[in-house]
Design a protein around this ligand. Structure first.
Ligand code: ADP
Length: 374
């Protein structure tokens, strides 16, 4: 058997790259480094992103095409290298090595209920038996201490393996740190970006978070250099965007999604949560009033091709729970508690899917499900 590059390329032109619909040769994905020695063929396939979800299937299809259309005797298995145009995000310096999944909770606009969702999601995950941490990184309005009824908390330092580490507070099964534990609201507001980023890095890297299944970060609203620092220092598994169905909120949510998915940041968006989706008065439980517009979040999710992780109605108890320090997710039997439980389940699922799509060599976080608490 005499092999020529042209034969191999012909076979590869029968493999379609699902991302663009073009064949591998046409899409310019076959690198110029093909080597043929006897039966052995090796070359590289170039992908745009290092975490392209089609890497595995494309490599497999390329091998099969060569074995089918050239000859079953070609030695190709394991000889195809994968390259990416975009550099892989720098491997974060093993911050939080014991944390399996890091989830950033963000919103385009303030006041849409991002912290409420983050707090209740954390509680709902803890209720399902996961080990959960919550970092309130919303330095411009740290509201997690209030939502957990722990405004007086002052975390302690503990010497662990020669380092002084901040010990997160723990409530309702969630380990919590907030910038609000260390400064009063007035002084946090005047912090410059750099100071804030440094403080956050400390709350992440110099704290005894221990082993966690899910580490949620309640980000400040909008897009700022704090977001960039965080996603660059941490291997964020994915981001959740919270929005109300209102047009102005949606426009900002779209910017948020764009920020995460842009080439520099490159954090997958796990999905969108539509908060304040409708209002149902207690005396008319069948009625839904779409105060901020109907299903705007659902439409945005469809349009941006991201999952809708849930729709949370406007309910007085959610607001009261936040003010009283007793998140509604604690009561899994209530309608609101149930809503957050479902959101938590979908988040777990979205993270699972995300982890499965990654090539094993690139998988930073390995998902292992603990037994749910009974
Ligand atoms: P953000 O973090 O986006 O600024 P918050 O979570 O602080 O927003 O929520 C703003 C206010 O809206 C809070 O008073 C909160 O209790 C209330 N709120 C949020 N979501 C709901 C909801 N689904 N139903 C009722 N009140 C809500």
């Amino acid at each position: 058997m005499t092999l020529y590059p042209k034969l191999i390329l012909e076979a590869l032109s029968k493999v379609r790259y699902p991302g663009s619909g073009k064949n591998l040769v046409e899409a310019g994905m076959i690198e110029d480094d093909m080597r043929i020695e006897g039966n052995k063929v090796s070359f590289s396939i170039l992908f745009e992103k290092p975490n392209d979800p089609f890497i595995k299937s494309v490599v497999k299809a390329a091998e099969t095409a060569i074995l089918t259309f050239v000859s079953p005797d070609v030695d190709i298995k394991g000889n195809i290298q994968v390259k990416s145009r975009q550099l892989q995000r720098p491997e974060p310096e093993k911050l939080l090595p014991q944390v399996k999944n890091i989830i950033a909770v963000s919103s385009g606009k303030g006041g849409v209920g991002k912290s409420t969702v983050a707090a209740n999601l954390a509680v709902a995950l803890a209720q399902q038996g996961y080990r959960v941490g919550l970092l309130d990184a919303d330095i411009f309005g740290p509201s997690v201490p209030k939502m957990f009824g722990m405004e007086e908390a002052r975390p302690m330092l503990e010497r662990i393996e020669g380092r002084d580490l901040i010990v997160p507070e723990e409530k309702y099964g969630v380990k919590i740190l907030s910038i609000g534990f260390f400064v009063n609201k007035e002084s946090a507001i005047v912090w410059r970006g750099g100071m804030a980023s440094n403080a956050l890095k400390q709350l992440i890297g110099d704290a005894a978070w221990g082993e966690l299944d899910y580490f949620l970060i309640d980000l400040p609203p909008g897009t700022s250099d704090i977001h960039l620092t965080l996603v660059q220092t941490l291997a964020v598994t994915g981001a959740i965007v919270v929005s109300t169905p209102q047009e102005v909120a949606l426009a900002d949510a779209r910017k948020g999604v764009d920020m995460f998915t842009n080439d520099k940041v490159n954090v997958p968006v796990l999905g969108l949560i539509e908060n304040m989706a409708w209002f149902t008065p207690a005396e008319l439980p069948q009625n839904r009033y779409y105060i901020f517009g109907k299903e705007g979040g659902k439409r945005l999710a469809e349009e941006m091709n991201i999952p809708l992780l849930g729709q949370i109605p406007i309910v007085q108890s959610i607001c009261e729970g936040g003010d009283n320090g007793v998140p509604v997710a604690l009561n899994g039997d209530s309608i609101t508690g149930q809503a957050f439980r479902e959101v938590a389940e979908r988040v777990v699922q979205a993270v699972d899917e995300r982890n499965r799509n990654l090539d094993p060599t690139e998988r930073v976080h390995v998902e292992k499900k603990p037994l749910p608490k009974k």
